[in-house]
Design a protein around this ligand. Structure first.
Ligand SMILES: Cc1cc2nc3c(=O)[nH]c(=O)nc-3n(C[C@H](O)[C@H](O)[C@H](O)COP(=O)(O)OP(=O)(O)OC[C@H]3O[C@@H](n4cnc5c(N)ncnc54)[C@H](O)[C@@H]3O)c2cc1C
Ligand code: SF4
Ligand code: SF4
Ligand code: SF4
Length: 369
């Protein structure tokens, strides 16, 4: 039965199941949903078509169904494993120093996007930036059309991003024929739902490459986010103008905080300290119920690049052949492989445990199969 925004609000937003992916804002045929500092809100007149709830990944995902559709088999079969169905894996870094340095961990995503843009395989990439948002704990979607744009949005932002809302923008832009989407696993879930919905299938047609980042589930609300940055860097949450994080080794992180009144504070720490602090800081409950660490429905996933579809594999191999990406060291390769396996299993286990607890408390949970 079609239902309106009130159903999306009562079932997903008010129950803490929203991942702030932006999919509903893109999908609404009358542009009635906007992303605000309070999350997704009804800002126009709802015609009760029900599309927003139908494509919403907050309610869970039939991963097996989409795997059969995308890869011709289900992850329960031998090829799957904790990181999902894939054709090949190969740890890589950007070959160019500038891209390597601007990226979070080797600039692989940025190098691949620049390669695709320069070869005219895509006209744009849908990315996430930090600056310019009202809240620092939320990312801002960016349509990148050039190498400079890609580098400006490089590096991970450990925040939600309504990047899918850009799908409507590129749909109406005749200068964009083909694009790449970079998102977290929950973005990819919404995107895959949109591919199948008659009300949204037109919005996803231009996306030729669906690229996921691994996601250990490290998102916080604004208050917790500011408190965490303050604890880790000593900079008062209200005094932060911008924030940047970068992995400086297999296990080490560097934060760069720019203060509102000027001045930069840099701090390095082990990744595990950061993750333990995030865990203690109150990760968004929806992330604790998310079993997909490695973007199991993408064309390509980064951490260690995992190529899932022939198209994704071809793009990466071409970038390697033409020198945009190069093989990383044995040490780095091994540590990333272990991290991916451990984190993937841990996330599935955490999701099961959190959902069981919530069910006991009579709370709504997302459904994954
Ligand atoms: C919330 C979050 C949690 C993560 N958890 C893990 C983890 O547990 N283990 C692990 O191995 N890797 C994790 N990653 C991925 C990892 O941090 C790197 O993004 C990935 O390895 C690619 O690095 P790179 O240098 O190749 O990418 P870069 O060249 O730096 O490019 C990164 C791209 O990601 C986009 N991006 C950044 N933040 C977001 C966001 N919040 N939403 C959507 N797109 C975004 C940027 O626009 C940029 O294009 C996480 C990333 C995020 C954002
Ligand atoms: S589609 Fe995405 S942003 Fe909208 S309610 Fe669902 S999870 Fe939240
Ligand atoms: S997508 Fe449909 S149901 Fe949802 S807010 Fe828009 S008009 Fe209402
Ligand atoms: S843990 Fe899952 S829901 Fe949370 S941001 Fe990551 S992919 Fe999205």
């Amino acid at each position: 039965m079609p239902s309106g925004f009130s159903e999306l609000k009562s079932r997903i937003i008010d129950t803490g199941l929203c991942t702030r992916c932006g999919g509903c804002a893109a999908s609404c045929p009358v542009d009635a949903i906007s992303f605000t500092s309070r999350g997704m809100e009804l800002t126009g007149e709802c015609i009760e078509c029900g599309i927003c709830l139908e494509i919403c990944p907050g309610k869970g995902m039939d991963l097996s169904f989409h795997e059969r559709r995308l890869f011709g088999r289900s992850r329960k079969k031998p090829q799957g494993g904790p990181i999902g169905i894939h054709r090949s894996r190969m740890d890589l870094t950007a070959s160019e120093r500038e891209v390597f340095i601007k990226g979070y961990y080797g600039g692989r995503v940025s190098a691949l996007l620049i390669h695709l843009l320069e070869k005219d395989e895509i006209d744009a990439a849908l990315l996430t930036d930090w600056s310019g948002t009202e809240e620092l704990s939320v990312g801002r979607g960016v349509v990148a059309r050039s190498r400079e744009d890609v580098l400006r949005s490089a590096s991970s932002k450990y925040v939600f991003s309504p990047v899918l809302s850009l799908l409507k923008e590129i749909y109406g832009d005749e200068s964009i024929r083909s694009a790449a989407l970079v998102g977290l696993p929950c973005h990819i879930h919404a995107f895959r739902n949109m591919e199948l919905h008659p009300g949204t299938e037109h919005l996803v047609k231009k996306v030729a490459y669906v690229i996921s980042l691994n996601c250990g589930g490290a998102n916080l609300d604004e208050e917790h986010w500011k408190a965490l940055v303050e604890k880790l860097t000593g900079v008062n949450g209200e005094d932060i103008a911008s924030f940047r994080s970068r992995k400086v080794s297999g296990t080490g992180l560097r934060f760069t905080v720019t203060r509102k009144g000027g001045g930069v504070v840099e701090k390095e720490m082990p990744l595990r300290t950061y993750l333990a602090e995030i865990d203690r800081s109150g990760i968004w409950e929806r992330c604790r119920m998310c079993p997909d660490y490695s973007g199991e429905l993408s064309d390509i996933t980064f951490g260690m690049p995992v190529m899932r579809t022939p198209r994704g594999e071809e793009a990466v191999l071409c970038a390697v052949k033409e020198g945009a990406l190069m093989r990383s060291s044995f040490k780095r390769r091994t540590s990333q492989r272990v991290i991916d396996m451990v984190m993937s299993r841990r996330k599935k286990w955490r999701a099961k445990r959190t959902m069981a607890r919530r069910e006991k408390e009579g709370k709504r949970v997302p459904r994954f199969s």
